[in-house]
Design a protein. Structure first.
Length: 212
């Protein structure tokens, strides 16, 4: 779908063009062009717009990732919510890492977290040059449980456990940027960001810990 002039410039810059007769090399070159195109497209995005009439399917958003018997073989793989706490929307959630399991445990132990859920992959999506992107968590806090409630109490969180910013890939950085611009367009009450730990979550979103 590239313009003809762009295709011409790409071909003109290729040495040993006869190598493109090899299907494997041609496919690798095509994939590389797609990667660069997606990266440049993502970097050039400066804002999102809300389309009139667009509605999200809450059934898809809050649907759960499938949990199998094998998942229960690893203690961290499945989060079992506390029935006495009732902050988690569902009883069981499938975790992607041991760090995510610890993150969920700490969310549940903080009484300033009114409600939270892990979002199903592909359930709630943000359109990006890389395709549909699904954040990890939706979290609602008590108004008096955040340092600046005027900035919102509804949070969408992407967890990159134990990763510093310089360890994020270019694709991860660009997807996070798209997420931030998306929610900026959607509502002033919803804040989106990525975190590397529960402590990082509290710091970035201004969430208070339980009062002793």
């Amino acid at each position: 779908m590239l313009p003809r002039l762009a295709i011409f410039k790409i071909l003109k810059g290729i040495f040993k063009r006869e190598l493109l007769n090899d299907q494997d090399i041609l496919e690798k070159a095509t994939d590389k062009i797609k990667e660069v195109f997606k990266s440049i497209s993502a970097q050039k995005i400066t804002n999102y717009e809300v389309v009139d009439g667009y509605e999200t399917d809450s059934g898809n958003i809050f649907e759960l990732d499938t949990i199998t018997e094998q998942d229960f073989e690893k203690e961290w793989r499945v989060f079992h919510s506390n029935p006495n706490r009732k902050a988690a929307i569902n009883e069981y959630y499938k975790m992607d890492s041991e760090g995510e399991k610890g993150f969920a445990d700490k969310l549940e132990s903080n009484e300033n977290i009114l409600m939270f859920t892990k979002l199903k992959k592909g359930g709630f999506v943000i359109d990006t040059p890389y395709g549909n992107y699904s954040p990890d968590w939706a979290i609602i806090c008590r108004k008096d449980g955040v340092e600046k409630p005027e900035l919102g109490i509804y949070f969408i969180v992407e967890t990159k456990i134990n990763k510093d910013h310089n360890a994020l890939t270019e694709v991860e950085v660009n997807k996070i940027k798209c997420g931030q611009l998306h929610f900026k367009a959607v509502s002033d009450l919803v804040k989106f960001d990525w975190v590397k730990s529960y402590e990082d979550f509290k710091a970035k979103f201004g969430v208070k810990e339980n009062e002793v």
